[in-house]
Design a protein around this ligand. Structure first.
Ligand SMILES: Cc1cc2nc3c(=O)[nH]c(=O)nc-3n(C[C@H](O)[C@H](O)[C@H](O)COP(=O)(O)O)c2cc1C
Length: 127
């Protein structure tokens, strides 16, 4: 199981490092990287950014076949736009948004995220 992520100011990267699972960071200027294992995409939220680069990654070669779902960092002050990019991606690819958190996430968020990952992972991870 791989965590594929994007980060602009570092919050998602911080979260991913604390989750301590195998990961791949999408390079926004060259998102075209092929993966050969199941993955969950973890993205920040920036209204008009993110969705396109992440779509480029998912649509590249056979990557879409391995997509299991999405998780997202956002800020609840954005109300209806909370985690907007992950919601768009979830609808576009018909895959679940399994978890949302604010900023870099709390320790409780890490724990709950891992539980959600285990619900959709074929091989359980350590929680
Ligand atoms: C310019 C800007 C726009 C943002 N837009 C949204 C938004 O539409 N929805 C949301 O939930 N959070 C929004 N946020 C909050 C970020 O997604 C949040 O801080 C996130 O943790 C950033 O992750 P990163 O540090 O990995 O880039 C925005 C933040 C900034 C600075």
């Amino acid at each position: 199981m791989l965590l594929v992520y994007m980060t602009i100011t570092g919050n998602v990267k911080d979260f991913i490092e604390r989750v301590d699972m195998k990961s791949h960071e999408i390079n926004p200027t060259n998102p075209f990287h092929e993966v050969s294992e199941d993955y969950i995409v973890v993205v920040p939220s920036y209204e008009n950014m993110i969705t396109e680069e992440v779509s480029d990654f998912i649509d590249y070669k056979g990557n879409r076949e391995h997509l299991l779902g999405f998780a997202s960092s956002g800020n609840l002050n954005f109300d209806d736009l909370y985690c907007v990019n992950a919601k768009e991606l979830s609808a576009k690819y018909s895959k679940p948004l399994i978890f949302t958190f604010e900023y870099a996430g709390t320790d409780k968020d890490l724990e709950n995220f891992k539980k959600e990952v285990n619900k959709i992972a074929v091989s359980p991870i350590n929680v």
